[in-house]
Design a protein. Structure first.
Length: 144
């Protein structure tokens, strides 16, 4: 069995961004030489996510709006004003932790004949909820 590991690095310009990384992950699969196996794509930060869905800009905006309703940004550490206890530590990113929890940490995709076994329209996304600094995604390919 083969195993191949690579890190993808991102430095987002805004606090929240959604980056289509499908082609980047496909390149790692090609580099691995794996024809039959699995690829794990994992956000290596607790305020970011990797997910699979459609690459449609309206849907991406819908996700962002929905997540902001579920866990709105509020840098306050005062829960009585809508703030978060976590932010009492000097952080301002409690909402980012919650958004990540909802969207998930990682995805696993089957590889057949060296290509993703995707359904129609599926794409791999990196979602950043506390950006403006360097972050990474682990891509691990295993198989034959």
């Amino acid at each position: 069995m083969k195993s191949h590991r690579k890190e993808l690095w991102f430095n987002t310009k805004s606090r929240r961004e959604y980056i289509n990384i499908t082609d980047d992950v496909a390149e790692v699969v090609r580099e691995s030489g794996v024809q039959q196996g699995l690829v794990l794509v994992n956000a290596m930060h607790i305020t970011a996510s990797v997910y699979i869905n459609d690459a449609e800009s309206g849907l991406i905006q819908d996700y962002d709006d929905w997540l902001e309703r579920i866990a709105p940004f509020n840098p306050s550490g005062d829960p009585s004003s809508g703030g978060y206890n976590h932010n009492r530590t000097g952080e301002d990113n409690a909402d980012a932790h919650m958004k990540r929890q909802v969207m998930g940490r990682e995805v696993v995709v089957a590889i057949t004949d060296g290509r993703f076994d995707f359904g129609p329209w599926e794409q791999i996304y990196y979602a950043e909820f506390d950006g403006r600094r360097r972050k990474r995604v682990l891509v691990k390919v295993i198989g034959e």
